[in-house]
Write a protein that binds this ligand. Structure first.
Ligand SMILES: [Zn+2]
Length: 682
């Protein structure tokens, strides 16, 4: 046994000492040192086809600056307390041995709580997560089945397996490998007679991730048989998008929702969360199939979703099914976090920088935009043009009247259980390991936010510090500290919008900083402790085109919205939190005056301090002034803005100055604006 595995074992024993512990854990405090170096990233094992990057084990990356504050807000909000106020993940959960909810909600909660706890190194939250882990690890049936015996659906187990893999990455607890090995053997035997159905059939690629994760660690050949069986029984998402048919807003009649008898295939194939999870299918399956066509299918999937259902916040509409491009349509929070997770996995496998661009667009806009500032309440559906959050039936395909309230479990409780993974998995994915073998190893910065990284590259300990106020500012400083001088490549994703970027190393410009694969810069040199990389990404205001030729205003990875005045009215108390309606307190029906030949001239940027809650209206770190005219004919009906008129539009209303703030900071907002006819420009 090597010294590092001795160390892993010791850490594991410290962890296992808390089995079944309550939330107070004084004996755990001595284990809080940040010592993840014993947990090396595990590369793809032959005959699987390696991806471009390897995700780093949970614990390698630590959030800093505003990102740490944001995770702390999440921990202080619903994530840190959900089990105390919502019975579905409380002490009577089936996933804790109780008689309560025994399907997806316990695993969903754990899948986000666990990385949140380890990223913050919070003993209290770790203990909460550990209770779910311990119950599952100590209650495997003799035949290998895991989870509550009252429910044998394969699907919720997919989620528990994802959580267990993260737990093993963070702790090296050997019980995880043994449990998964026994479970997968059981499942391989069972699946022919009891095949994947409904949710499991449409989400099979999420289990495939865990099967591959285990194969990379054990090399057991039967796991590749299981991978192929999941593929054979699972829905063919790659075929769906190779010949995409769902190009219109789905209707309840089309998917036969009113016929009863559960969701039909058409409903499952057009279901928002299913599609968000499906985006990773091509890259993940390509690890097994070796097909470059499969690997690049992710780009085709995203392009089709954008073309027919794309929204300026980076999402596709899904309320609850694909809903077209009208920015009054909603996107479900589960889909936001699942799309993000799909992008993180797809980015690791393909190395394609555009997936990092999209990941940031979701993380910095759609994700924080759908929570209250304190993360004690969230929406089921968010809208880019969200003029009212109230009890109303329009404009959703099939969702209920509470869908865009901010609350505990508006419309349905899946998002209440599932949202927790969004920020933590983003933070854990900022850096990845490059190179197909240890000898070729390097580091890749695939998304940007303040953080620290400790890992091993080519066998040498490397500490990296990233200091930045990105996404609000464009300058990023990365300090590289290898334990001893070490040659390796550092790859930096260059966003598509960052024309004219500059890259300096120790104050000297990199002459030819390209060549890092699709959309990246690559610096290979002998790194010495204290070497400093300065990346400057110019952030000029720019516009993008959306539904009915409307315009959205962007700067860097942030989308900017007109912040409608907000009148928050409590609908009801919900245990430790509450459900809220938000009514507009000001007009919102503006068309923008934009000089299309030089959009940047139409906006004046004011930069303020980046505080500890940067995605809130009170602390919005960047504001933009713009000119607009009212469009009296553009109104709302039943709480939703009518479809935007086709741009450009004529209006005789006077020019008014309006202020744009980051999308996420404006809970009532206009994001896609009609554009005034140019002859009206003054
Ligand atoms: Zn949901």
């Amino acid at each position: 046994m090597s010294s590092s595995s001795c160390f892993s074992r010791r850490r594991f024993l410290q962890h296992s000492a808390i089995a079944g512990a309550t939330c107070t854990l004084p004996s755990f405090a001595h284990a809080l040192d940040w010592t993840p170096l014993s947990f090396a990233a595990v590369r793809t094992r032959a005959p699987l086809t390696p991806g471009a990057f390897t995700p780093l084990p949970l614990g390698s990356i630590r959030p800093a600056g505003w990102l740490r504050s944001q995770l702390q807000i999440q921990a202080n909000g619903l994530s840190g307390h959900l089990d105390e106020t919502w019975a579905d993940v409380g002490p009577n959960s089936g996933w804790l041995g109780g008689t309560g909810e025994s399907w997806e909600r316990g695993p969903y909660f754990l899948d986000g709580l666990l990385p949140l706890a380890w990223l913050l190194d919070d003993a209290h939250l770790k203990a909460k997560a550990q209770r779910f882990i311990e119950w599952t690890l100590t209650h495997q049936a003799p035949n290998g089945m895991i989870g509550p015996s009252s429910n044998n659906d394969w699907w919720p187990r997919f989620v528990m397996l994802k959580a267990l893999a993260q737990y093993h990455d963070a702790t090296a607890d050997p019980r995880v490998l043994a449990l998964m090995e026994k479970y997968f053997r059981y499942q391989l035997n069972e699946l022919p007679a009891r095949p994947l159905r409904d949710w499991g059939r449409f989400r099979w690629q999420d289990e495939l991730l865990s099967v591959i994760w285990l194969y990379n660690r054990t090399g057991s050949p039967y796991l590749l048989d299981l991978a192929r069986l999941l593929h054979a029984q699972g829905y063919d998402w790659i075929a769906q998008y190779a010949n995409f048919q769902y190009t219109q807003k789905i209707t309840a009649e089309f998917i036969k929702l009113n016929e009863g008898g559960g969701l039909k295939d058409l409903a499952l194939a057009t279901h928002g969360v299913n599609n968000g999870q499906a985006i990773k299918t091509g890259p993940v399956w390509s690890l097994v199939s070796g097909s470059s066509t499969d690997r690049s299918a992710v780009l085709q999937m995203i392009a089709e979703l954008d073309r027919y259902h794309g929204l300026p916040n980076g999402m596709f509409s899904c309320d609850e099914h694909l809903a077209g491009r009208d920015p009054s349509q909603g996107s479900e929070l589960c889909t936001v976090v699942e799309f993000m997770f799909s992008l993180e996995q797809s980015l690791a496998i393909t190395g394609d920088a555009s997936l990092g661009d999209r990941l940031e667009r979701l993380a910095f806009n759609a994700l924080p935009g759908t929570f209250t500032d304190d993360m004690w309440a969230h929406q089921y559906n968010q809208e880019p043009n969200q003029v009212e959050c109230s009890l109303h039936h329009k404009p959703w395909v099939s969702d209920g009247p509470e869908s865009n309230l901010y609350g505990l479990e508006p419309n349905f409780g899946c998002c209440t259980a599932n949202f927790h993974q969004g920020w933590p998995k983003f933070a854990a994915s900022l850096f990845m390991l490059s190179g197909a073998s240890e000898g070729e190893g390097g580091l890749a910065a695939v998304a940007y936010a303040p953080c620290e990284l400790r890992t091993r590259v080519r066998g040498t300990a490397v500490h990296v510090v990233e200091e930045t106020e990105y996404p609000f500012r464009g300058s990023i400083r990365i300090t590289v500290n290898p334990a001893s001088p070490l040659r390796f490549p550092l790859q930096l994703r260059i966003p598509a919008w960052a024309a004219g970027f500059t890259l300096d190393v120790n104050g000297h410009p990199e002459v030819n900083p390209t060549g890092g694969g699709a959309g990246g810069a690559r610096i290979e040199r002998i790194w010495k402790a204290g070497d400093r990389v300065e990346l400057t990404l110019p952030m000029h205001p720019r516009i993008s085109r959306w539904f009915n030729n409307s315009i959205a205003v962007e700067r860097g990875p942030l989308v900017y919205s007109y912040a409608i005045g907000e009148d928050w009215v409590k609908l009801r108390d919900r245990g430790m939190t509450a459900d809220w309606q938000v009514f507009p307190a000001t007009a919102w029906n503006y068309a923008l005056e934009v000089d299309a030949s030089d959009p940047a001239k139409s906006f004046e940027v004011t930069a303020g301090t980046v505080g500890d809650a940067p995605f809130t209206r009170r602390q919005a770190p960047v504001r933009m002034s713009a000119k607009a005219r009212k469009l009296p004919a553009w109104r709302a009906e039943d709480g939703a803005a009518d479809p935007l008129p086709q741009s450009p539009v004529a209006t005789d209303q006077p020019v008014e100055p309006i202020t744009l703030i980051p999308y996420a900071a404006a809970k009532l907002r206009i994001t896609a604006f009609p554009q005034c006819k140019s002859e009206q420009n003054s």
